[in-house]
Design a protein around this ligand. Sequence first.
Ligand code: SF4
Ligand code: SF4
Length: 345
Amino acid sequence: MNRVIEKVRLGRTNLHVTRLGWGGIPIQRVNVDDAVPVIRSVIEMGVDLLDTARGYSDSEHKIGLALRGVERPVVLSTKSSVRTDKIYGDVKESLKQMGVNKIQIYHLHNVTTLGQYEEVMSPGGAYEGLKRARQEGLIDYIALSSHSLRIIEKGIEDGCFDVVMACYSFLEPDAARTVFPLARAKDIGILAMKAFSGGVIEEAGPALRFVLSEPGIVPIPGSETIKKARENWKIFTEEHSLQEEDRNRMDALKKQFDQAFCRRCDYCQPCPEKVGIQFVIGLKSVIKRFGPQSQEVGWIRNIIDGARNCKECGECEPRCPYQLPIRELIKENLEWFDRSVKKSA
Ligand code: SF4
Ligand code: SF4
């Protein structure tokens, strides 16, 4: 039976949006003619918030084309990885790509280390660039997205952000006891990425019911087909409390991924060779989400090239709380990449 569509207040932004948002990563994998109807159908279904990023190749552009054909207003959320005040130029590019005069939520994208955080917050850093964009009315709210809960905690404590975005799934549940309570206490809006742990979890039911069982957050699972978008929306609009069956399935999947799934906590860092450990361990799911052409995307290529510098010193392994065999996983992922992705491109 269908329920009343739940909305959530996104912290001090005072935006009220459906508790299920939509993410623009998967849409990169399909061509424009297939992508536009998917985005329109997501809006027509009732989703209030669309999230994307400058770094998701043509995702902003596809969203822009889709928006031309719909009347219902949506909240737009996008991101830039530029670390200096030149991010202002990226805001302008996002506006152009999406064909709008204003973007409601603009993130500092994927700020992973304390060094990067200090860089974006320092004079001439990206935070200043976003403040300028906000003063000029190009964006409404400044947000922080990171795979590192420690960085999000820091951002919340500093009080500079209206919205934060953290990873959250049943394989990666730590945000619920760390950053979510902190954000709520400061009335900061919470967006939750990676409900499917970056494509590792293939069963939508347990994955979405788990994230929806956490109050006051907006998960943003993406979809590149109308079928998939409808499946997610159906789970959301029907009774979605966690069932015994879900718990059993989650337990089985947790066991299966226990020794192979990187929780992106970065406790293994610093690596003396500057290997982006969490990214290279998650390489398969990155390529799966972004599509095989993604190896041409600069930041992905840098991660792969950087991982080849691993000297197998092993310094990182005792620091991993999940005892992941990091050296083995790096080797395995690079071999997989050279064997299957590079050759097929
Ligand atoms: S084993 Fe590789 S990834 Fe780990 S610390 Fe050493 S060089 Fe870095
Ligand atoms: S390898 Fe271990 S310590 Fe490093 S990010 Fe992944 S889970 Fe955390």
